[in-house]
Structures are given as C-alpha cells and as structure tokens.
Design a binder for this molecule. Structure first.
Ligand code: NG1
Length: 452
C-alpha cells in the first residue's frame, strides 16, 4: 500500500499516518482508502475580528487532525478515535442530523456532515468508516475544533469522490461549525484549508480573500500554553458568544447614531470599512464615546438609546444576559483591524520590531477592552517580555489557551529556559514533558487528502 509521502509532509507525520493506517485496518477490518490531514493554526494578529468581517493574520501549524477512511455502501458515518478518550459514534449522513449532548466530540463530525449534505445533497450517497487521530491541544486557541470539522468534511467528500474547491469549503464550513453552538467567524477553517507552507496569511471576509504574507527572517514563533483550558463546549462558549452579541449590538447603536449618513444597515462592524473605504475605522469611535459609558449597560439602557424594545434587540441580536460593554468592545475591534493593516505592512517590510510592538498593543487591547485574558496568560506574557520576546500576546479566543511570541533566533534558548523555569516548573509535575505545552512553529501548508 502507498503511504503518504507527498511533498510537505514531515517525517513525524509520515510515521503518524502509517500508524493510523495500520490501526484502521486493525479496528475496521479492511484497508483505509484515503488519509486526510487538516492543520490547526496560530493567529499572529487580528483577534475577534473575523466574525466582524475584519482581517486576521494567522498561520497553519504542524499540529493537525488526521483521518484514515474508507467509504461505506450505506449512508452511515462510523466515527472512531485513536485515543480512548473519545468514544465511538455512529450517525446517518443527512442535512438534518440531531446533535449529541453539548460537548460531545461527535458533534464536530456531525457539523461537517450536515453542512456538506445541505450543499451537496444527493451527491453524497456514501457514508464512511473514519478513524481520527488529533494532536492539537484542545481548548488552547489553536483551532482543534475547526481542524476536526475540516478533516471530517474532507473525509466525507473523499468517501463520495466529490470535489469541492477549498475556497468554497472555507466559505461553507464556518456556518457548518456553528452547529456546535459557537457563533464563530471564518478564520480557522480558512487557515486550515488555504494556508501555504512558509507563510502567514492575511485573510479578509465577506467575501473571503486570502493572500500570503512573509514572516521576518531570523525570528521564531513560539507558542506557550497557559495550562488553562478554554473549552468552547463549556464556559468559554458563553463568554465568546457574548462578545459576538456585543458587537452586533454596537452595530445597532452605530446605525442609530450615524442616521441618514449611513447608506445601508450594518451587519458587522466591518461593514463600516466597506461603506466608508476612505475613512479610518477609528473615526467612528467618537460617535459611541459621546453616548456610551465605559461600563457595561443593560439591554433596556441600550434599547432606550436606539429607540427600540429590549425584546426586539434580544430577537434581532440573539442577546442573552443583561450586561453588554459596547464601547470597549468596539474600541478593540476597530483598533485591532488597524493593527492588522499596519502589521501586514511591517511584515512585508521585514520590520520585526514594528510587528512585535503591534503584537504587544494587540494584547493590551485584548486584555483591557475585550477582557479575554486571565492571570495565567498575563504571567506568561510578563515572563515572555522579560525573556526578550519582541512581541507577545494571547492568541485565539482567549479565556485561557496559549500565548504567541516573536523571538529573535539567538534568544530562543534563553527564552525557553526562562519560560520553563518561571512558568512551567512549579506547575507541571515531574512526569509531564514541558515540550507538550510550548512549541516552536514553522508555518505549514493547509489541508490535504492522500489516496492510498
Ligand atoms: P479559537 O482560538 O480556535 O477558539 C476562535 C474562533 C475564531 C476567532 C477567534 C478569535 C471558533 C471555532 N473559532 O478561535 O473564529 O473568532 O476565536 O479571534 O470559534
């Protein structure tokens, strides 16, 4: 049998895929016909901008979800995992699949299957036996969930020999992933599908546009786990969705304040950039500053400002809870979009120091205005800066998870020593390897399907 040896696959991945293909034969009782690899990602800059229709700067990493698969004659998906932590799941492929209980890993597979079935319908006549192996830490802000969705989608398509361009999948799968209840944007799926080895990506949304961006020569990207899991099936989901809702409410308020100066309604804060291409986004902040306090407001207060009812807002914006901090959230989103523009320029100019300063500023904004940091992330950032990181920030949704650090190559050994000594040593017991929690990542290529 041919084993994946395609260009771009590492020796370690080759070994991992060989083990998975052997395990497939042992557990399913017949040979795998394809192997799928979908990488996770680290976001370098542009946090919580994607669902606002504003740009991001991520790169794919060499941690991934792999699936070995063989098609079935019926339309059943039989889902197994190489790790015993994830129990076997079976469900029929259709465009209306009832979810498992919240937090069940099988829901990410169902999300992909239902999303594809709603687009491809009768083209998908075959279910599949799937054996999954993932090595992206979960709840780390490195997109383990989207890699699982992307890998499952590619597996179902491969089982049916249906080709869908990756650009199209990158448009479909964010909506498909909302099946699990997170109101997420499209950065993760686009990066997993469209990344190119050796480059970061600048991604714009609605419509999706992707271009490669060089990384500064002589610097390393180091990712450090805060050891706080931010599981999106738990509390982090509510906290994440609340940020999305606050941005939707900010759009309603801005519509009201801009009045007839606005040619059409605002679906996202990013619509401001589309409607006023020559005005800096931060020009719009004073409209809010004049009317809104820094503190969170109740839905009744916001409704009164807009001249509508709290019930109507609840319905229109999916608002749950009763404390919404619109001014600081908008300040983060609009300023972060500006930082992405500047960061792309800095990277194209090879100006690592300017890029690092933008990373630091992004972190401050994530912490103070978006309120998505936590004490452990703060400690990691402080140690990283003391250890010489040119830039250091939380990455991904926040509420725990990882930091991303830009470190000059000669400084890397000293940086790692300090992080290990001052952060991990007191937190990990002797049996745990620190290498499981901090990583040096090189930008990897996006997802691939290998026929066996
Ligand atoms: P992670 O870090 O993978 O949980 C989440 C969203 C992204 C984006 C970032 C914040 C999901 C699947 N992904 O990423 O779309 O909004 O947060 O920038 O929810």
């Amino acid at each position: 049998m041919n084993r994946p040896t395609a260009a771009g696959i590492t020796h370690e991945e080759e070994e991992r895929s060989s083990r998975l293909i052997d395990a497939f034969r042992a557990t399913v009782g017949r040979p795998a016909r394809c192997l799928v690899r979908a990488p996770g990602r680290v976001n370098l800059l542009g946090e919580h901008t994607d669902y606002n229709g504003l740009p991001v700067l991520p790169m794919a990493i060499d941690r991934s979800v792999m699936i070995a698969l063989a098609p079935r004659e019926d339309r059943t998906i039989l889902l197994s995992n190489a790790s015993a932590d994830f129990p076997r799941r079976t469900y029929p492929l259709s465009d209306a699949i009832p979810p498992y209980a919240g937090g069940d890993w099988g829901n990410y597979s169902k999300a992909a299957a239902q999303g594809l079935a709603s687009h491809c319908g009768a083209q998908l006549q075959h279910g599949a036996d799937l054996l999954v192996d993932g090595n992206i830490p979960s709840g780390a802000g490195l997109s383990s969930s989207s890699a699982l969705v992307v890998a499952n989608a590619l597996a179902v398509l491969a089982a049916n020999e249906v080709d869908v361009p990756y650009e199209t999948l990158a448009e479909w799968l964010p909506a498909a992933e909302r099946y699990v209840g997170t109101l997420s944007g499209g950065m993760d799926q686009a990066t997993s599908l469209l990344a190119q080895a050796g480059h970061a990506l600048r991604i714009d949304f609605f419509p999706l546009r992707v271009r490669t961006v060089p990384l500064p020569a002589g610097y390393s990207i180091i990712v450090c786990h805060s050891l706080v899991q931010a599981e999106k099936s738990g509390a982090a989901k509510q906290a994440y969705n609340l940020r999305v809702i606050e941005c939707r409410l900010a759009c309603r308020v801005l519509e009201r304040l801009l009045g007839t100066g606005l040619p059409r309604s605002l679906n996202t804060l990013g619509d401001l950039a589309a409607l006023f291409p020559h005005r800096p986004l931060l020009d719009f902040l004073p409209y809010l500053t004049a009317q809104l306090p820094e503190r969170p407001q109740s839905l009744s207060e916001i409704a009164a400002l807009i001249g509508t009812s709290p019930e109507r807002l609840r319905e229109e914006c999916g608002a749950v809870g009763n404390a919404f901090a619109l001014l600081p959230r908008t300040r983060h989103v609009l300023s972060e979009a500006g930082r992405v523009e500047q960061a792309e320029r800095a990277l194209r100019d090879g100006d690592a120091l300017a890029f690092g300063q933008l990373m630091d500023a992004s972190h401050g904004s994530c912490r103070d205005d978006y309120e998505i940091s936590c004490p452990e992330l703060e400690e990691l950032i402080r140690i990283a800066k003391e250890a010489g990181a040119v830039g250091a920030r939380l990455t991904g949704a926040g509420f725990g998870g990882c930091t991303v650090n830009l470190v000059a190559e000669p400084e890397v050994p000293g940086f790692l020593t300090r992080i290990d000594r001052y952060f991990y040593r007191s937190r990990l017991d002797h049996s745990e390897r620190v290498g499981h929690y901090r990583f040096i990542f090189k930008p990897r290529a996006g997802a691939a399907v290998y026929r066996l």
